[in-house]
Design a protein around this ligand. Sequence first.
Ligand code: GDP
Length: 443
Amino acid sequence: KQEIDDAINKLPEDIKRLMYPFEYSSTSTRKKNEERIFCQRCYNLKYHNKLTTTTTSPSSSSSSSSSSSSSSSSLWQETLTMDKSFLNFLQKKKNSIILTIIDIIDFPGSLIKNLDNLIGKNNPNILIANKIDLLPKNFDENMIKIWLKNHCSENGLKNIHDIFLCSAKKNWLIKDLCNEISKIKNYNDNIYLIGNTNVGKSELINSFLRTYVHNGRKYEVTSSHIPGTTINMLGLPLNIFGDTFGKNIRGILFNNNNNNNQGDRRFLFDTPGIVNENQLFHFLDQEEIKMITPQRNIRPFTYIFKPGKSLLFGGLGRIDYKMGKNPIRITVFSGLESHITSIEKADEFYKQLSFYEEDHFLKPPIGSIERLKKFPEIIKSIKNLKVVSNEKLYMNTKKISILDVVWSGVGWCSIGGVKIGETAIFDIWSPDGKGVYVRNVPL
Ligand code: GDP
């Protein structure tokens, strides 16, 4: 740690600020962070966005040779995540509260499928749609909730106690969420926070700590854009959410009016993410994942999209307007660059694999030619997607205005403006044909 700090300290101040905007924005914040003790793995995650494996004990925080840095995205897939079978133990539980968290900008990609079957009926399940700070401004909360409910139902999650929109990172609506949890009666077991990798489970735990625990930042768990960094179930005894400032999360989370101190023996569990192989970050390395993770609310771009044209979406997605009479509207929601060209040129584009050129704007993938050779081919994931006149589209008897094509974890395109009586036909492409979803959006 000392060596790294020394090296960083030698850098010019403006570079430091660019690299670590939060830590270096004020010396007092920096000092506060220095007082915390990290294990080497968490230190690297927090300060260098690097996932390292370590065989030493977690308390070893000096840089040791037993640690090896890895940029391989398969590392976490093999060792650091759990599969769905771990949820089966929740089936045997009664009266545990389940907090199911999804990433609102990767929906339904970040939803664990068939949750109703996996976790049983006895446990009230609250759906938390996280990262709403990334949504374009002025979204309609009620519409999103209805829309989430419909899609969850189609994906095997009907048994939802309530739906909450929040931002763990910005602490938005966290108190409302806890108030809602407190209203659930007759439960006496732990709280389990479950979700796919990278949806923000650790960040949500941190948000609880920041909101309810005096000096909560001291206890924060390490959250990272690198998926699969929570190694094991992490239980926070509810008694650490003490009576500081008169806000007692036990009282809020466990509004059970019993005085036998049950709360002390209960835990709020952060769980390792469930791997969803359709999330596209499986193909990406750490730097590329950082590139696709939006840092602020997404600003949509609308294009007039003519038949015969292709929209390239970073190096990860492509949508061809194959057949249709008239131009339509296509709106892109992503932190990545997009580019419109003709369908023939798009083919050439990918064949030439010119992504390794430094000034190439359609990234990721990025890196050496070797890295790019290993990158899966962009192939057709959905052929001949038909969008019939938008006026005629319905979802559960509700008229819908647009149809979204989602590249899991990367962003989405909204198709609109197909004229009455017309049909537009599209081909959708993605790496290895994976991670693409089509969803309807209510009017
Ligand atoms: P986990 O794998 O589910 O535990 O996810 P993490 O808590 O490690 O978060 C994954 C990434 O999402 C990190 O880069 C977080 O900073 C980011 N993240 C989590 N919650 C939010 C949020 O509410 N808003 C935004 N913008 N990013 C978030």
